[in-house]
Design a protein around this ligand. Structure first.
Ligand SMILES: C[S@@+](CC[C@H](N)C(=O)[O-])C[C@H]1O[C@@H](n2cnc3c(N)ncnc32)[C@H](O)[C@@H]1O
Length: 355
């Protein structure tokens, strides 16, 4: 039995091999200090998969390159599902005070469409918080085509999320009034999210370590905003970088990525720039401008910092998208191609700037 194998010389290489295998399939990283978590989760998964001991479960999984049902069982025992409504509140304050108003303003005149993805949504508190933020920010929400996709590798968490029933612990740092406005207390003492908010979110299984995204069929393309918070911190670095790069490709040009900055500060992704909003750092998909001619100065206030997170200047109060509609048309005919691209970029007209 592997559980008794602290003194067993066969256990460590087998666990180490399984850990590498797991990382390749799920991105999940179990460094030595989390070995006990891995062994505990494996023991529980082995019991659920019908094995009498963990070692034969591992050997069988390694031999069969496990299929999705087995992967789902492992995920339910080996992932960390910690979450609550409006977690890291400053992210939501930035979303509501800066990112959404600017996006809404720029879309209101044309196609009233918003696409948002919560990648690694656990039991749903994050995507429902986004839905509540949208309900607060868009009074005429019914006239908008808003989609919130929420995905996770843990199918059990997804099932729970789609039920929309929560205990007190999920509200441990929730702003005043949220529970009263968007939930109904049920006889069992839990809180049921209102149908209006519940129906705004679509749940689906997605393993961020796979290459299934971005994809038009899977609905993971052309996102305006992606939340992937407290997920990549559990990934092995190379897998985290790959996932981040794919999430970047899932965004529209000018789209926003919310992560927990500590989890990706060591993973610079060329297509993403850091933007310092009051109280939070958010990432934004920019465009690559051609190399600037000697002596050329970038527009001072385009607001997108290209430094890695630790280098980005702190305390910037404005974000560029809010200025999109207020700026003057650049005098394009008299400009060099580079100046024209930079001027269009400063206006937030990214696709044209990229041409
Ligand atoms: C700590 S929770 C974060 C929940 C939420 N994003 C938040 O910040 O409150 C991490 C979630 O990432 C999910 N996860 C871990 N590995 C994943 C993978 N390879 N693909 C998709 N989701 C994954 C876990 O199942 C878990 O639900």
């Amino acid at each position: 039995m592997l559980e008794q194998c602290d003194r067993c010389p066969r256990a460590d290489p087998l666990i180490a091999e399984f850990s590498r295998f797991l990382s390749a399939r799920t991105g999940l990283h179990f460094p030595p200090e989390r070995r006990a978590d891995l062994e505990r989760g494996l023991a529980a998964a082995a019991r659920e998969l019908g094995f009498t001991d963990t070692e034969s479960c591992i050997r069988s999984l390694l031999a069969s390159a496990f299929a999705r049902p087995q992967l789902e069982t492992l995920a339910s025992h080996l992932t960390v599902g910690e979450t609550y409504f409006f977690r890291e509140r400053r992210s939501f304050e930035c979303l509501e005070a800066h990112v959404l108003p600017a996006l809404i303003r720029s879309r209101r005149a044309g196609e009233r469409r918003l696409r948002i993805w919560s990648a690694g949504c656990a039991t749903g508190e994050e995507p429902y918080s986004i839905a509540m933020a949208l309900a607060r920010a868009i009074p005429d929400l019914r006239d908008w085509n808003v989609s919130i996709l929420a995905t996770d590798i843990n199918s059990r968490a997804l099932r729970q999320a789609s039920l929309g029933s929560y205990g007190d612990w999920s509200f441990r740092d929730t702003p005043a009034g949220i529970r009263e406005t968007y939930f109904v207390k049920t006889k069992d003492g839990r809180y049921q999210i209102t149908e209006r908010i519940r129906s705004m979110v679509t749940y689906g299984y997605l393993n961020l370590a796979e290459d299934a995204y971005p994809s038009v069929e899977g609905g993971t393309n052309a996102m305006d905003i992606v939340f992937c918070r407290n997920v990549l911190m559990y990934f092995e670095a190379a897998h985290g970088r790959r996932a981040l790069e794919k999430l970047g490709r899932s965004l529209v040009s000018g789209g926003w990525l919310f992560v927990n900055p500590v989890e990706i500060s060591h993973m610079a992704v060329p297509q993403l720039s850091t933007v310092n909003l009051p109280g939070a750092i958010v990432y934004r998909k920019g465009i690559r401008l051609p190399a600037a001619p000697d002596g050329w100065q970038a527009p001072a206030d385009h607001g997108v910092a290209n430094e890695p997170p630790e280098m980005a200047p702190q305390g910037r109060q404005e974000i560029p998208i809010a200025q999109e509609t207020e700026r003057e048309e650049p005098k394009i005919a008299t400009q060099t191609p580079y100046q024209r691209a930079a001027a269009l970029y400063a206006l937030g007209r990214y696709p044209e700037a990229a041409e």
